[in-house]
Design a protein. Structure first.
Length: 279
């Protein structure tokens, strides 16, 4: 069910409600395959009870605008927005790619500058996992792929910052994604399918990575300065560092948080792991 707590305009709410997505009758989609088995299982168990607010779906709605972009951009030689299927250990896996052009498999993302900077510096496993699953599906369906790419459309890009180190030079960033071997793709997909099968029988716990955990830290701060000078995992380390400032310092404790659980998980209300954390 979609709610409208913020009183968004009715056309926006209707657009959110009329999401055309379908998995095509598959047992699991590529997006679900790479996600937390516990979250996917809980969504299946409580499918008729899930409640989301329209405001929380706005960026997803805007992301769907890429479909219109691809319709306008595709040539007769391109393949866009095709849903593919393959059988994996008794389950039907499906996945829809955005664009296959000149043997380049591309996925379009509307995202933030920070996300792209972080992806360029440290990688982004979910993007790599997603595109390698789609690549495997392409191969299973007779489609030839040589390269994997994320085409990021930066929603918060600023021309004034374009000269800064590591800052994208324009609103579009193309990020090459590592392509695994056929054997690596196959092993990953079979392992993930088994994990999701097991989760339907015995719910696992979400990992720290799946919960987007931010650890608690101690911030070393000074008067008349809003931002922290440095962050430390322990109070002792923070004090040791702060003592070097002869004009004084103070500490600010910043509690940890499972960001996905507290803000972005649609099944948190049904999750024993989250209830145990929150009493």
């Amino acid at each position: 069910m979609i709610t409208n707590k913020l009183g968004l305009p009715a056309p926006i709410v209707r657009a959110v409600e009329n999401d055309p997505y379908t998995s095509g009758g598959s047992d699991i989609s590529a997006t679900a395959l790479i996600d937390s088995p516990k979250i996917v299982a809980l969504k299946k168990q409580h499918a008729g009870e899930l409640v989301e607010d329209a405001a929380d779906r706005i960026w997803s709605l805007i992301g769907q605008a890429t479909h219109t972009i691809l319709e306008r951009a595709s040539t007769d030689a391109d393949i866009s927005e095709r849903r593919l299927f393959a059988e994996v250990d008794g389950w039907k896996l499906s996945g829809q790619f955005d664009l296959l052009s000149d043997a380049r498999l591309m996925d379009f993302k509307i995202t933030s500058v920070w996300t792209v900077i972080h992806a360029n510096q440290e990688g982004k496993p979910e993007w790599e996992n997603q595109l390698n699953v789609l690549d495997w599906l392409c191969r299973r369906n007779g489609l030839y792929v040589e390269k994997l790419e994320i085409v990021a459309i930066l929603r918060d890009w600023s021309q004034h910052k374009a000269h800064e180190d590591n800052y994208p030079s324009h609103q579009i960033a193309v990020i090459p994604v590592d392509r695994w071997t056929d054997e690596e793709q196959e092993a990953y997909i079979r392992k993930r399918v088994q994990m999701h099968k097991d989760a339907l029988e015995n719910l696992p716990q979400c990992s720290a990575e799946e919960r987007w955990e931010k650890p608690a830290v101690w911030a070393v701060k000074k008067k008349n300065r809003k931002s922290a000078i440095r962050l430390f995992p322990t109070e002792t380390e923070a004090h040791e560092y702060g003592r070097r400032f002869v004009d004084g310092y103070y500490l600010e404790h910043r509690p940890g948080d499972a960001v996905r659980c507290s803000k972005y998980c649609s099944v948190a209300n049904f999750c024993d792991q989250w209830r145990n954390v929150n009493g």
